[in-house]
Write a protein that binds this ligand. Structure first.
Ligand SMILES: *Cc1c(COP(=O)(O)O)cnc(C)c1O
Length: 364
């Protein structure tokens, strides 16, 4: 075949790495296995949420409510924001794709910390824009001075992930406000708060507060993590109408299903119960972090539902050792592994391997 006979795609696709989803654990000798590789919520659905979704499934021959009005109104009430400050998507990752598609094209730059969320480089690259990755500080936090220095005339978007996936620390209110003061008003700042409900740090920024008098700030939230609806794909943006209109123009029609809308509304109604589960996960997180540090691990603070293990060249070997116990984690080869806080039995298996590992490498 000559090049003229081949179907042609945009050249930006040549360098796009396929997104690597978290692996399910492989079964070993019939013992239970646990997936700590995708930051999922380990709790099964609440009966009321399951019932609402099941009832909605009875309408599967119909298109969903395209305006998703009931869900938007529930969110509007929950966050005390007008309905035209809200846009939905099939997960907040989809909303991010729509935002980037709306804001960037070839020649533009998107600034974000690195390492951060795996989806960012792919989403940016697909628009034709260039990623400008700013290394995290030693303690795995955003380096806002360096991010400021990375801004150019070509910067169209800045992504801020708080708590940062996969390292865990939050962005403080004072540091983000100082950064926003130096970002040009025509540059969009996306505050990705996928793990907001897990934060227990009073100094952490809350995007839903600070976006109000800043038209260039947009917040991303999701039902996937704290609310346990990862499989249903519902996320949303909170921002000012011009940003929201741009997202909606790029969104696929009828993206969020009726079942997902119903489950999300029921989850907001059952929020107290769901957030009590989040409290339990936070308690587990404190325990896991304490045991790791007690065993000598130098792990960064975390305000999400995961911990970061800075393993460097040992990352893959460590992931394999945990996997042998029936627990899958997310390795980033050469850098570290991200381990989701799951049910106590899963956390215990992980801790056993981690503590023995550290002792093996650092004999007294
Ligand atoms: C999980 C996650 C999301 C949201 O994922 P969706 O399931 O698409 O809502 C967004 N950002 C970060 C940093 C995440 O870790």
């Amino acid at each position: 075949m000559t090049p003229d006979d081949e179907v042609r795609f945009r050249s930006v696709l040549d360098d796009v790495a396929a997104y690597k989803p978290g692996k399910p654990p492989e079964r070993t000798d019939g013992r239970p296995t646990y997936k700590l590789s995708s930051n999922e919520n380990p709790y099964p659905p609440l009966p009321g949420v399951l019932a609402a979704a099941t009832e909605a499934a009875g309408n599967m021959n119909r298109y969903p409510d395209m305006g998703a009005l009931d869900l938007l109104e529930a969110l509007s009430e929950r966050f005390d924001v007008p309905v035209d400050h809200l846009a939905l998507g099939t997960g907040s990752v989809a909303v991010l794709y729509h935002l980037l598609q709306a804001a960037c094209a070839e020649g533009d730059e998107v600034v974000y910390a690195w390492r951060s969320f795996e989806a960012y480089p792919i989403a940016v690259q697909l628009t034709g824009a260039t990623s400008v990755q700013v290394p995290l500080t030693e303690d795995a936090r955003h380096d806002f001075k360096a991010m400021e220095a990375a801004l150019t005339d070509r910067t169209r978007v800045v992504l801020v992930c708080t708590p940062n996936n996969p390292t865990g620390p939050v962005v403080r209110r004072d540091e983000l406000l100082a950064f926003l003061d130096v970002v040009p008003r025509n540059v969009l700042v996306v505050v990705d708060e996928a793990y907001r409900e897990f934060i227990r740090e009073p100094e952490a920024i809350d995007g839903t507060e600070i976006y109000r008098d800043r038209p260039n700030v947009v917040v991303l939230r999701t039902f996937s993590k704290a609310y346990g609806l990862a499989g249903f794909r519902v996320g949303y943006a909170i921002g000012h109408p011009p940003v929201i209109v741009a997202i909606r123009k790029c969104a696929l029609p009828f993206g969020v299903s009726e079942v997902a809308q119903a489950a999300a509304i029921a989850s907001l109604q059952a929020e107290d119960e769901l957030l009590a589960r989040v409290d339990d996960l936070v308690t587990e997180r404190t325990r896991v972090l304490g045991e790791l540090r007690g065993a000598g691990w130098d792990v960064p603070e975390t305000h999400a539902n995961f911990v970061w293990m800075p393993l460097g060249e040992d990352t893959v070997a460590f992931a394999e050792a945990v996997q042998a116990e029936g627990v899958s984690v997310r390795p980033f080869p050469g850098d570290g592994a991200r381990v989701t806080i799951g049910e106590p039995e899963a956390n215990n298996l992980f801790l056993e391997v981690a503590c023995a590992w550290h002792q093996g490498r650092n004999p007294e």
